[in-house]
Design a protein around this ligand. Structure first.
Ligand code: CU
Ligand code: ZN
Length: 369
C-alpha cells in the first residue's frame, strides 16, 4: 500500500515527509494505522547523527498508538479493530528474560531490530522505485501506517483516547515504571525526581501512586515544576550548583532521600542523584538516557555506605501486560495525562516537533494523523 511517512534521509537534516510503499504483514506481523505519535528525544538524537549506531534512510518514530488494520498469518493476540500502543521493547513471553519477573529486556528480536529490520531480517518499507527503507526501533511510527511484530503491540482499552495513549509507548511508562517497578517505592518515604520532562513527571506520578510522603522535584524550569506539582510533587526545587546540599538539608536528619530518580540523561545530574540518595539504603534509579560513550563518576564511598544504583529501561515494564494496566490507571483517573500534551501537530510538522523540543517548549508534541 501507499502511505506517507517522515524519512530520515541524512543525519543532521530535517526529516522528509514523502510517499512510501508498505508491504502487507507477513506471518507474526500486524498492520497498524497510526492515530497519534509522540515526538521523543530519542528520535531527535538519532536524526542528529549523534548516535553512532543510527542508520538512514529510515522512518523514525516510536511513541505510537493506533488501530489494527490487518493481521498476518498466525497472529492470535490482536485482531482488526483493536486499539494498540507500539512497543520498542517487545514481550515475546518465551525468552530467558520474558519468563523472569525481574526484567523486561526481551531478547527475541534485538539483533534484527538494531539493524532496522523486522524479525525475519527484511524490511516492509520502500520508496516507490523499490529502494528499501529501514525500520527505526522496530516501530517506525512517524507514518500513517506501520507493520510491526505481534509481540511488540500492547492491546489497550478502546475507550482510551489514542492521543494520550501514545505517551505510554515511551516516556510516561518509563517514568511510572521507574518508581513502581524498578524502585518499588514504599509508602511514607521521601523521593527526589531530577528532571520534570516526560520521564520525570511520570516518575513523580509513580511515586505518588506508590504512596510516597514527600516527592521533591528538581528542574531548571518553573513551568515544568508547576506541572510536577500537578502530578503530586510536594516540594519544587529550582536546580543550581547546591542542589544536593539543599536536598540533604531538607531531608530527615540531613541524610538524603530514600529514593532518587534521574530523568534528564545528563551524567552530572546522575551523579547528583546518587549523592542525594540516603546513606544506608537510598536507592538511585537512573531512567534518563545518557549520550553513547558518556561515563558516570561515582565516588565508591557513596556505595560502601549503603547507597545503591539501579538502571531502568522502559521503567522495567513488560510492555504487553504492563502498558494496558498503566492505561487502565489513567482511565480510572489515577494519572492525569492531558497536561503532558503541549502541542498537537501534523505529520508534515514533525520537524517543528523537534524544534519545540530543542527549545524546551512544552513536554510533548503529539502528531495526530
Ligand atoms: Cu522515546
Ligand atoms: Zn522475550
Amino acid at each position: 500500500m501507499r502511505m506517507r511517512a517522515a524519512v530520515l534521509e541524512e543525519f543532521g537534516q530535517p526529516l522528509v515527509v514523502q510517499e512510501l510503499e508498505l508491504q502487507d504483514p507477513r506471518p507474526g506481523e500486524v498492520l497498524v494505522r497510526l492515530v497519534a505519535c509522540g515526538v521523543c528525544h530519542t528520535d531527535m538524537y538519532t536524526a542528529s547523527g549523534a548516535d553512532p549506531s543510527g542508520y538512514a534512510p529510515a522512518v523514525l518514530g516510536h511513541e505510537g498508538a493506533g488501530v489494527v488494520e490487518k493481521v498476518g498469518e498466525g497472529v492470535t493476540s490482536v485482531a482488526e479493530g483493536d486499539h494498540v500502543v507500539t512497543l520498542f521493547s517487545p514481550q515475546c513471553g518465551e525468552c530467558v528474560h520474558c519468563v523472569d519477573p525481574r526484567t523486561n529486556l526481551c531478547m527475541a528480536i534485538r539483533a534484527e531490530q538494531n539493524l532496522g529490520h523486522l524479525p525475519d531480517g527484511t524490511v516492509r518499507l520502500s520508496r516507490p522505485d523499490g529502494e528499501e527503507i529501514r525500520h527505526f526501533m522496530g516501530t517506525s511510527t512517524f507514518a500513517e501506517y506501520t507493520v510491526m511484530p505481534e509481540i511488540a503491540l500492547a492491546k489497550i482499552d478502546p475507550e482510551a483516547p489514542l492521543e494520550g495513549a501514545c505517551l505510554f509507548a515511551c516516556g510516561l511508562s518509563t517514568g511510572l515504571g521507574a518508581a513502581m517497578n524498578t524502585a518499588k517505592v514504599q509508602p511514607g518515604t521521601t523521593c527526589v525526581v531530577f528532571g520534570a520532562g516526560m520521564v520525570g513527571l511520570g516518575a513523580v506520578a509513580g511515586c505518588r501512586l506508590q504512596g510516597a510522603e514527600r516527592i521533591i522535584c528538581v528542574d531548571l524550569s518553573d513551568d515544568r515544576l508547576e506541572l510536577a506539582r500537578g502530578q503530586g510533587a510536594t516540594d519544587l526545587m529550582k536546580a543550581d550548583e547546591n542542589t544536593v546540599e539543599r536536598i540533604l538539608e531538607t531531608t530527615d536528619g540531613g541524610f538524603g532521600a530514600d529514593y532518587t530518580f534521574e530523568a534528564t540523561g545528563n551524567v552530572k545530574v546522575m551523579q547528583q542523584a546518587v549523592e542525594a540518595a540516603r546513606m544506608a539504603w537510598g536507592l538511585c534509579t537512573v531512567a534518563g538516557v545518557a549520550g553513547k560513550g558518556e561515563t558516570l563518576d561515582i565516588i565508591p564511598r557513596w556505595l560502601i555506605t549503603g547507597r545503591r544504583v539501579a538502571g531502568s529501561s522502559f521503567g522495567g515494564v513488560k510492555g504487553r501486560e504492563g502498558v494496558p494496566k498503566l492505561v487502565d490507571l489513567w482511565m480510572q483517573g489515577e494519572i492525569d495525562v492531558d497536561p503532558f500534551i503541549s502541542h498537537r501537530i501534523t505529520l508534515d510538522e514533525v520537524n517543528r516537533g523537534f524544534d519545540l523540543m530543542e527549545a524546551q517548549d512544552g513536554i510533548r508534541s503529539v502528531i495526530e494523523f
